[in-house]
Design a protein around this ligand. Structure first.
Ligand SMILES: [Zn+2]
Length: 130
């Protein structure tokens, strides 16, 4: 199994834990650190809606909180025909911690596409703007 397949698989498994009783839109994400570890996340919804947290940010916060710095790839899995890219808030966070990494979007039927963060987030606001 390739590194990309492993990352997609981890995101699929994390998606199973999604807490999405309001939208039923279940998302899984998996983040590979340069040290080789994989951190996963799922979306976690809340009855207030606004406090909902995306799968990508859950994975990033888990990794950062465990001391990881430096990431090489991220995968996002949903069960939609059209592949799901990270939302704007997640793109900002992915850029902050991962930079120009490949972002693989996949669904449960085996469809997948990989784009670089530079393509998804061409003019980021980051520490170079401060
Ligand atoms: Zn998001």
């Amino acid at each position: 199994m390739s590194e990309k397949d492993l990352l997609i698989d981890a995101a699929k498994q994390a998606r199973e834990n999604a807490h999405a009783p309001y939208s039923n839109f279940r998302v899984g994400a998996a983040l590979r650190s340069t040290s080789g570890r994989i951190f996963t996340g799922c979306n976690v919804e809340n009855a207030s809606y606004g406090l909902t947290m995306c799968a990508e940010r859950v994975a990033i916060f888990k990794a950062i909180s465990e001391g990881e710095r430096g990431f090489s790839a991220i995968a996002v899995v949903t069960d939609t025909d059209a592949l799901t890219p990270p939302c704007g808030a997640c793109r900002q966070l992915i850029w902050e911690f991962c930079g120009d990494v490949p972002v693989t979007m996949a669904n449960l039927s085996g469809k997948r596409e990989t784009l670089q963060m530079k393509e998804l987030f061409p003019r980021p606001f980051d520490d170079s703007n401060l």
